[in-house]
Design a protein around this ligand. Structure first.
Ligand SMILES: [Zn+2]
Length: 62
């Protein structure tokens, strides 16, 4: 399964993910600890308000 890193926009394979965290009930996955740290500093900058769709599935370039 492939997901998108919300910080850098990279497509990452779930099995190889290096860092993740829960935020507002969602799981977010990151390509590196650096991106995780960046997200932790200002999570609101990277998450969009959503009503029910899974947050981490975003098309690259979309
Ligand atoms: Zn990243």
């Amino acid at each position: 399964m492939k997901i998108t890193d919300p910080v850098c926009g990279k497509t990452i394979v779930l099995e190889t993910v290096e860092a993740h965290m829960e935020f507002k009930g969602w799981s977010y996955f990151f390509c590196s600890k650096t991106c995780l740290n960046c997200f932790q500093r200002e999570p609101d900058q990277f998450v969009e308000e959503r009503s029910g769709a899974p947050p981490s599935i975003r098309r690259p370039g979309g």
